[in-house]
Design a protein. Structure first.
Length: 595
């Protein structure tokens, strides 16, 4: 069981020294205390509440006493009334003095169920990874936890082994305490497990959920049998089914979106073992970090020859692309992963179908749908005249490391990306990839850093028809806005894709918020550079300091600063996989109680 890290002293005023995880935990705890205290005092009569406590929730009272103050406590207004929906028990705001509304009882025997596949996406920066471990108290929720809560709130799954004290309707700040989930009876499976901070645009699960198909009544005579058969003949598996996509998106956080569902996965479908290809993309900028202007902006890597000098911060994309191609094919990737000795893995061979460095052209990729037929924005003549494709932009460019493979080991992608960054900075030759893939020459992994997590995206999961020999996805995905869903919208506004409540409107809000953040940060950076004296003055002491330190980029917002770079083959080596596995088994045997 994971132990919770000890927070720094709460009396400490300099929060700049706190780590990110400690800051998140502290903010979460303060928000929870504020929410609980506000709820507690709002439920009391006005003449029993000490107004100073309500106005200063951060200073808890030493005791509760009645006051004769004539001031009244502001009350929370209930939300406006609207038409009732099945999820109202969990989403409507209630008056503060009214007891919580009990969830509507659901009798599983009165509903049919069906096995489907769900494809969904999420931005992972606000989550503690995808997989949830019961008993672990994490500072951030997991994707699996949020998905399970949404399925329960909408009554799409009806688990029985759930603690009575567990309240999925809780709307306050998340409490950092163990949260138990149970998929028993749901036939649940997942295609991939992403790390903390990693996003996914094509994550897939298999699950058994509630269906709108009526339960067939007991047959008592021929007339009932005839009506029942007629019902079966008119039922459509897609058109008459529950709107799974829009139903789940109404209760999920805005940065988790269900994209599609598959009504009839093939027999024996398992999201993990039926997946034959997983596609990843790792995004990075060039320059990787802000270059130092002037002559001191040139740095010398560990290489020799004409390619030894590099402008600080810039990556050699051609060298990275050459190194990436070495990954393609069947290789043993034990030097490009983190060994999980608890699983006693012995086979580290994986198939890489494609590995390449690609430019993300904002003119072709960012919100390209706005340039398509029916979405083109009106432009002034002046803006049209200024357009040209012949002038290369001096602005930083965005690239992706695109990777397609059969399956991946623990942290394999981030180790591969880290190696490409070392090559791009001139610290290693592109041949380093081939050297580490040669297990006969290099059976032990050097102790190098793996790449940062946030820019990594599980782009898609592929489920081909193996009998056809094709690698194309063969599942019949029903995406939001599919014409076959017209009758299943149950009179809801829009078609689940565009318009009020659609996926596009919600994701546009998420995009716009982050886009404005990007623009404001860029404007501030340009402003800071343009102000004051812009000449470069560096003395001999500054030059000596630069030559003694080195900035190394691993995909994060800031480079790692250290001493002189040590070539990879001169770094300390880890023990072989066989030795690590054997040590784990020996330690496990020693922990067993003696009989």
């Amino acid at each position: 069981m994971a132990t919770q890290a000890t927070l720094p002293s709460e009396k400490q005023s300099d929060y700049s020294t706190w780590s990110t995880s400690h800051l998140i935990a502290r903010i979460t705890e303060l928000e929870r205390q504020l929410h609980d205290r506000t709820t507690q005092f709002a439920a009391l009569p006005a003449n029993e509440v000490d107004q100073s406590v309500v106005l200063n929730p951060g200073n808890p009272p030493t005791e509760t006493k009645a006051t004769t103050s004539t001031e009244t406590v502001p009350s929370l207004k209930p939300s406006k009334k609207r038409a009732h929906s099945p999820s109202d028990d969990f989403t409507q705001t209630r008056a503060p003095n009214r007891p919580p509304k009990e969830p509507r009882a659901i009798d599983p025997s009165k509903y049919n169920t069906r096995f489907i596949a769900l494809k969904f996406a999420y931005l992972g920066q606000r989550y503690n990874g995808y997989e949830h471990a019961n008993g672990n108290a994490t500072p951030l929720p997991t994707i699996e936890e949020e998905l399970w809560k949404a399925l329960r709130r909408t009554h799409l799954i009806l688990p029985t082994n759930v603690p009575d004290s567990q309240d999925i309707r809780y709307k306050g700040p998340r409490k950092q305490e163990p949260y138990a989930i149970d998929w028993e009876g749901c036939q649940y499976s997942k295609a991939g497990r992403t790390d903390r901070g990693v996003s996914a645009f094509g994550q897939v699960i298999g699950i058994r959920v509630r269906s709108a198909r009526p339960v067939r009544p007991a047959k008592s005579d021929c007339s009932m049998e005839s009506a029942d058969d007629q019902m079966e003949d008119t039922w459509d598996d897609v058109r008459d089914e529950l709107p799974y996509v829009s139903t789940l998106n109404r209760v999920l956080p805005e940065d988790i979106r269900v994209l599609a569902w598959c009504p009839n996965p093939p027999e024996g479908f398992d999201a993990r073992f039926s997946c034959r290809e997983r596609q990843y993309k790792y995004f990075f900028t060039n320059p990787a970090f802000t270059p130092t202007p002037g002559p001191f902006g040139f740095t010398r890597g560990s290489l020799q020859g004409p390619d030894a000098n590099f402008r600080e911060g810039w990556l050699d994309i051609d060298a990275m692309r050459k190194a990436a191609k070495c990954f393609e094919g069947v290789h043993d990737f034990r030097n490009f992963c983190k060994v999980d000795t608890s699983k006693q893995i012995e086979n580290f061979e994986r198939i890489i179908y494609r590995a390449d460095i690609e430019l993300v052209d904002p003119k072709l990729n960012t919100l390209r749908y706005t340039e398509s037929q029916g979405f083109r924005f009106r432009e002034s003549d002046e803006e049209s005249d200024q357009k040209t494709d012949s002038v290369a932009s001096p602005s930083p460019q965005v690239y992706t490391f695109t990777l397609h493979g059969s399956a991946f080991l623990w942290h394999q992608v981030r180790h591969m990306v880290s190696m490409l960054f070392l090559v791009g900075q001139g610290l290693e030759s592109p041949t380093i990839v081939s050297d580490l893939l040669d297990i006969s020459k290099n059976p032990c992994k050097p102790t190098y850093e793996m790449a940062y997590d946030a820019p990594l995206v599980l782009w898609d999961c592929i489920f081909p028809n193996e009998e056809s020999g094709s690698r194309e996805d063969a599942l019949d995905w029903i995406y939001a806005g599919d014409p076959r869903l017209i009758r299943s919208q149950n009179g809801a506004k829009g078609n689940g894709k565009f318009g009020m409540g659609g996926i596009v409107d919600g994701l546009w809000s998420v995009w716009r918020q982050r886009k404005i953040d990007e623009v404001l940060a860029g404007e501030l950076l340009d402003l800071a550079i343009s102000q004051g004296d812009q000449t470069i003055r560096q003395d001999s002491a500054s030059l000596e300091k630069i030559t003694r330190t080195r900035k190394v980029f691993y995909g994060g917002d800031e480079p790692r600063v250290g001493g002189r770079y040590i070539p990879l083959m001169q770094m300390k080596k880890m023990e072989t996989v066989e030795v690590q596995n054997a040590k784990y088994l020996a330690a496990k045997a020693r922990r067993k109680p003696k009989e």
